[in-house]
Design a protein around this ligand. Structure first.
Ligand code: HGY
Ligand code: MN
Ligand code: MN
Ligand code: MN
Length: 371
């Protein structure tokens, strides 16, 4: 950001901002950005394209002699992925001032039992708890937010369209479930005397699939991405099972109905299998976000100016934009990725497609800055 001539600041939890002051610096700025954290064993483009792309878009505008009116700001959000603290978009949720989120962050601990505050301290961010209240941005902090991102789906590549412009972001929910049984010796305990927490978990994972498929829409998706058994020995009947379940839909009511059914199944399975349902935690159940018309319009005009074919579409993945939409009109620019792969090592986007996305972003930022 510094080498692009931006003035850099960090907030109390590690969101990093690079700003190019415009001639009307006191008016609401235009922001763009994304994240650079990734899930394990994943690719190099998810998020990163939107951070480097925003810096590059501003660098190009500067070197082309463009003079911004509204200031332009790049944001690199902290912890967009849920991997470490079990909840995604920590940085953008905090900026959006989500109600009760300060308490959530104060309680957040990672898979090694390290609290968010301790992790922040190790990274050089001190007294996080005391400063958390001040992280939230006021409504109107920005007049628009726009995020460049790989599509993380196959549509653009399949249809041979180089640019997607996002009109809505699907509503994500995530659950944490723990089952507890008596466990025991895999040889000595006869089947009628077992209460196998592992089989309860397996049945619940299949129930998630069943309820999602029964929603009546292809837009409902459900995944049991984590299923851990304890003690995890071949000859020991699982006495604990830990599941993490991700349920999404662009229709919030339909998503909530599936969450409800999964919760009912979780209790039924516990009774039928005589295991305890130790925990059924709804970690987050977020509403969808709709893009701001004027931001979508600016991106469409930019793509047209560049003669790039573009497609209005929804995002099934969530992004920091989902939370920025709560404090400012937002939109996203998608570029195609290889076979739609993402959250996989072979995630890939071509330089040509990334360049196209950065150009659309640059012209969109310029247009919005002069608005
Ligand atoms: O899971 C998501 O949708 C995002 O990539 N974190
Ligand atoms: Mn991701
Ligand atoms: Mn992402
Ligand atoms: Mn033995």
């Amino acid at each position: 950001m510094k080498s692009a001539g931006l003035s850099v600041r960090e907030d109390a939890i590690g969101n990093i901002f690079g700003r190019w002051d415009g001639s009307e610096n006191s008016r609401e700025a235009i922001a763009s950005g994304s994240h650079i954290d990734a899930i394990p064993y994943a690719g190099k483009y998810d998020g990163v394209v939107g951070v480097l792309g925003a810096i590059e878009a501003i660098r190009v505008l500067r070197s082309s002699g463009f003079k911004p009116r509204r200031s332009l700001e790049v944001i690199m959000f902290t912890s967009e992925e849920p991997t470490r603290f079990g909840l995604g978009c920590l940085g953008s949720r905090a900026l959006a001032g989500q109600a009760g989120f300060v308490d959530v962050l104060k309680k957040a601990i990672d898979i090694h039992n390290i609290s968010f505050a301790e992790a922040a301290k190790t990274a050089g961010y001190f007294e996080v708890h005391e400063k958390l209240e001040k992280v939230a941005l006021l409504k109107g902090a920005y007049s628009a937010f726009i995020e460049l991102h790989i599509e993380q789906g196959p549509t653009l590549e399949k249809e041979g369209i180089p640019v997607g412009i996002v009109t809505a972001i699907a509503a994500p929910a995530s659950l944490k479930v723990e089952y507890k049984g008596n466990g025991g010796h895999a040889g000595a305990v006869l089947m009628p005397f077992r209460n196998d927490a592992g089989l309860a978990a397996a049945e619940l994972a299949l129930a998630v699939e069943e309820h999602v498929l029964a929603s009546g829409s292809l837009d409902t998706v459900g995944t049991t991405g984590v299923l851990e058994l304890h003690p995890g020995a071949i000859n020991s009947i699982p006495r604990e099972a830990h599941l993490e379940i991700d349920i999404r839909d662009i229709d919030e009511k339909r998503r909530d109905m599936v969450v409800e059914k999964v919760q009912q199944s979780a209790s039924k399975i516990a009774i039928n299998r005589r295991v305890q349902l130790e925990n059924f935690i709804i970690v987050n159940q977020d509403p969808p976000a709709h893009s701001g018309e004027e931001v979508v319009e600016a991106a469409v005009l930019a793509a047209q100016q560049l003669g790039l074919q573009h497609k209005l579409m929804i995002s099934r993945a969530y992004h920091d934009s989902l939370f920025m939409a709560r404090i400012t009109p937002m939109a996203m620019i998608f570029v195609p990725c290889y076979r739609g792969y993402s959250h996989r090592l072979d995630e890939y986007a071509s330089e040509e497609d990334i360049v196209g996305g950065v150009k659309v972003l640059a012209l969109t930022l310029a247009r919005l800055s002069l608005s």
